[in-house]
Design a protein around this ligand. Structure first.
Ligand SMILES: N[C@@H](CCC(=O)NCCCC(=O)O)C(=O)O
Length: 256
C-alpha cells in the first residue's frame, strides 16, 4: 500500500522581492516522519484554488499554525491594527478546504491557527487577544529568537476523560507549548471541547459528527513530534487514519 497523500496548508508571505506560498518545514516533517504520509502543500494565492480536486486526490488534511490571524470579517468581527497580520489568501483556501474535507470524511488534523480556522469554518468566533480577558493567562510565545525556547512546553492541558484525544494520547493531563494570541470565543455548533487550559481556554476540539478523524489542538505538537510522547501519538493516530482512509478509497472500485 502506498503512503497516504496529506494536504498541508501554506501561508502567503512576502520576502526577497517576491510573494511566496510558504509552509514551515516542521509541519511537513511531522507529516512525513511521524504520521508517515506524503506531504503536499496547498497554495495560498490570490486566485481561486480548486480545493475539490485537491481533496479528491488526498487521504488527509493538515491545517497548520501561522503567525497570521483569520480575518475578523470571516466571523462578523472588525479588523484592527493590533490583530494584524492577516492572510486573506490563506483564509480563502483553508476555510472551504476544511469544509470539503469534513464533507468527505477525510481525516483532518488542525493546530493553532488551524483550530481557529476550523471553529470559524463551522460558524464559531475568535477572541483577538485572550490575555486581555479577566482570569486568562498570556498564551503568547516567550520572547526569544530561539525556537526551542518559543516552542517549549509551558502549560498543562486537561483532557476530557473518555474523549477521543484522551484515547489517542493515553493521558488526561500533559504539558503543551503555547504560541497564540487568539483563541475560540464562541464554539461552533458541531464542535466538542476535548481539552482546556487551567484558565479555561479551549485547547482541543473534535468535530462531533465527523465521519473520520477530525481533531484540532491549540498547541504545536508538530514541533516535538519525534520526541514528546503526546505529540508523537497525535501524529501517529492522524497518519493511521489517513492510511485507513486510503485503503477504503482504493477498495472502492473505480467507476468506468
Ligand atoms: N496567529 C494566531 C494563531 C497562532 C499560531 O498558529 N501560532 C503559530 C505561530 C508560530 C510562530 O510564532 O512562529 C494567534 O496568534 O492566535
Amino acid at each position: 500500500m502506498s503512503k497516504p497523500l496529506i494536504l498541508v496548508t501554506s501561508d502567503q508571505r512576502s520576502f526577497d522581492n517576491f510573494v511566496w506560498s510558504a509552509t514551515q518545514t516542521q509541519y511537513l516533517e511531522a507529516v512525513s516522519t511521524v504520521a508517515g504520509g506524503v506531504p503536499v502543500q496547498v497554495p495560498a494565492i490570490d486566485r481561486p484554488v480548486d480545493v475539490e480536486t485537491l481533496l479528491d486526490r488526498a487521504d488527509g488534511l493538515f491545517v497548520t499554525g501561522s503567525r497570521s490571524n483569520v480575518h475578523p470579517s470571516r466571523y462578523g468581527g472588525s479588523a484592527t491594527e493590533e490583530a494584524e497580520p492577516y492572510d486573506l489568501a490563506r483564509d480563502q483556501v483553508t476555510l472551504p478546504l476544511i469544509r470539503g474535507a469534513l464533507a468527505r470524511g477525510l481525516p483532518l488534523l488542525a493546530v493553532c491557527r488551524g483550530l481557529q480556522e476550523l471553529n470559524v469554518a463551522l460558524g464559531g468566533t475568535l477572541h483577538p487577544a485572550l490575555h486581555s480577558l479577566s482570569g486568562r493567562f498570556d498564551h503568547r510565545s516567550p520572547d526569544s529568537t530561539d525556537n526551542k525556547v518559543r516552542f517549549k512546553l509551558s502549560h498543562q492541558v486537561d483532557v476530557v476523560p473518555g474523549s477521543q484525544l484522551a484515547e489517542i494520547v493515553g493521558e488526561t493531563t500533559f504539558m503543551v507549548n503555547s504560541l497564540h494570541r487568539q483563541g475560540i470565543f464562541t464554539l461552533a455548533d458541531g464542535l466538542v471541547v476535548e481539552a482546556t487550559a487551567p484558565d479555561g481556554t479551549i485547547e482541543a476540539v473534535r468535530v462531533a459528527d465527523a465521519r473520520g478523524f477530525a481533531v484540532a489542538v491549540q498547541w504545536h505538537p508538530e514541533f516535538w513530534a519525534e520526541t514528546d510522547p503526546p505529540s508523537r501519538r497525535i501524529f501517529e493516530a492522524f497518519g493511521a487514519a489517513a492510511r485507513r482512509f486510503r485503503e477504503t478509497e482504493i477498495a472502492v472500485p473505480v467507476a468506468g
